[in-house]
Design a protein around this ligand. Structure first.
Ligand code: NAI
Length: 506
């Protein structure tokens, strides 16, 4: 079948909450006549007020002409009942996130609409196939997953259920582009792409906190300042709402037949039980409205630099760091004999974490080791996480003294496997590789989705390519050995690239 989706298609949006009103606004901004319906009396009008307030803000900021604001609002009408939606060519549901109401809504609507009308669901976790179940025309049901706030977030995920007509996916992709969005094809599997690949961003942070590796503020600051993420995981969970974040985790856990890798964190469950839901309740990982909001993180006090710093001819990822040291005036000499892959000063070796603890490295390779956490760009970062074995611990201040003139501060971490940024990035890349393996999603789509849907500084698969798939594989192998848990098992798509020395983006 061919689907005519253009600005002359009348759009019906059902559910006038934050997502529904955002989608209605977007449709009207793109020239559609829009009907907005909500089952709760007054909710449609409130949705319309929210849209008007958003457009008013755009007018005040000079981003929208007053006349355009009036035209956009003039295209949206609140529909009091479902019968008024008759004649709509595209229905987007953004009602409560439960299967039964979504199924029942589409079953009620089907006889009111022409057989060509499209039924799109904005569900963030429910199977599109299940939403279409029991309809006469399940082929015109499709997942169209927007991100919050819908008018501004660039990404949409397009999800086909088993029966969805491929031609519809293609038509919806064109419409998404016409609405100014980047569309990616996402598999109809738990969490689609973004909510699935992002799980480790929260889960690893929660484990680091449970293990007592560092305060939430330290983990957040490292992931923001060294990792380049827009927000740290704890401040992000506080913003999303711990209850909402937990329910996505639970839904992925449930839908993966309780794969222990996705087991919800006990720590998070306890916070939710106690009513600490994040910003909306005034308290989550941080307290809001008083001095304990995300704040000061102590860095390691510099002592006296020990020079020269010895480096091998090829340092790889740490090369830009050495260049910064050189420019800042450190005495750098090349050592050709050492088999060690990092820097050396005095009796101390400095290396990038490979997923083993400093204690384990020390036992295997000899004492005197400082481990550095990953940074998105060692040529620019102002902060690096660090740990050391017992022999090197007294010398961490000397390293801080060498790095300070180059504008780099160090944050002390407990001796945890994979540290913070390296472990997070490797787990994100592994999750992305797992999605690739089992769903056939494309590397480019996954990376685009993660950058546009969650503002990651780099797509996780492209990041894995930059680190080298073998390095990522080694970190995961070490994490798995350290914890003895299958949560760190390597995705087949990653292992293949490790053995073949390949990359996700060839
Ligand atoms: P919300 O709770 O703000 O709004 C839902 C609205 O739907 C409410 O106004 C409610 O009265 C109405 N409603 C419930 N059942 C209805 C029914 N049977 N018929 C008509 N109206 C009904 O929820 P929100 O956040 O806007 O989410 C809506 C949907 O969008 C959910 O499926 C959610 O998973 C999905 N979503 C949410 C995102 C978010 O960040 N909040 C992001 C992407 C998707």
């Amino acid at each position: 079948m061919s689907y005519e989706l253009s600005s002359s298609t009348r759009v019906a949006v059902i559910g006038a909450g934050s997502m529904g009103s955002g989608i209605a606004q977007l449709a009207a901004q793109s020239g559609h006549q829009v009907l907005l319906h909500d089952a709760q009396p007054g909710a449609g009008e409130r949705g319309l007020e929210r849209i008007a307030a958003d457009l008013d803000g755009a007018v005040k900021r000079g981003k929208l002409a007053d006349l355009d604001r009036t035209m956009i609002l003039g295209r949206i009408r609140v529909a009091g009942c479902l019968e008024e939606l008759e004649g709509s060519g595209l229905v987007v549901e953004a009602i409560v996130e439960r299967l039964e109401p979504k199924q029942s809504l589409f079953r009620t609507l089907e006889p009111l609409l022409s057989s060509q009308a499209v039924l799109a669901t904005n569900t963030s976790s429910i199977s599109v196939t299940a939403v279409a179940q029991g309809l006469h025309h399940p082929e015109r049901v499709i997942g169209w997953h927007f991100f919050n706030p819908a008018p501004r977030m660039k990404l949409v995920e397009i999800i086909r259920g088993v029966e969805t007509d491929p031609a519809l996916a293609s038509a919806l992709r064109d419409l998404s582009n016409a609405w100014g969005k980047t569309a990616v094809d996402a598999p109809n599997t738990p969490g689609f792409i973004v909510n699935r690949v992002a799980r480790p961003y929260y889960a690893e942070a929660l484990r680091l906190l449970a293990e007592g590796v560092a305060e939430a503020s330290v983990v957040d600051r490292l992931l923001r300042e060294a990792g380049g993420f827009a927000m740290g995981p704890f401040e992000l969970m506080d913003l999303i709402g711990l209850d909402v974040n937990l329910s996505v985790s639970e839904s992925v856990f449930h839908a993966t037949a309780y794969d222990p890798r996705y087991a919800p964190s006990i720590l998070q469950q306890e916070l939710v039980r106690s009513g600490r839901l994040g910003r909306k309740s005034g308290c989550g990982f941080y307290r809001y409205g008083d001095a304990s909001e995300p704040g000061i993180v102590d860095t390691i006090a510099p002592t006296t630099a020990i020079e020269p710093i010895r480096v091998p001819t090829e340092l790889g990822l740490l090369d830009p760091l050495v260049e910064r040291l050189r420019l800042a005036g450190s005495v750098i000499v090349q050592h050709s004999q050492s088999i060690h892959e990092g820097l050396e000063f005095g009796s101390v070796r400095v290396a990038l974490t490979d997923g083993r603890t400093a204690a384990e490295c020390s036992a295997q390779d000899g004492p005197g080791l400082i481990l550095l956490d990953l940074a998105l760009d060692f040529g620019k970062t102002a902060l690096i996480g660090v740990t050391a074995d017992a022999a090197a611990l007294p010398h961490v201040g000397a390293l801080a003294a060498s790095l300070a003139p180059a504008g780099i501060a160090l944050v002390a971490l407990e001796d945890v496997a994979g540290l913070v940024v390296m472990r997070t990035v490797c787990c994100l890349a592994n999750e992305a590789a797992d999605v690739m393996t089992w769903t056939g999603a494309k590397a480019a789509d996954i990376d685009t989705a993660m950058q546009l849907g969650t503002a990651y500084p780099r797509g996780p698969l492209s990041w894995a390519d930059g680190l080298g798939c073998s390095r990522v594989a080694a970190v995961l192998t070490h994490l798995q050995a350290h914890y003895g848990e299958t949560r760190y098992r390597r995705a087949p798509a990653l292992s293949r690239r490790h053995f073949s020395r390949g990359a996700f983006h060839e």
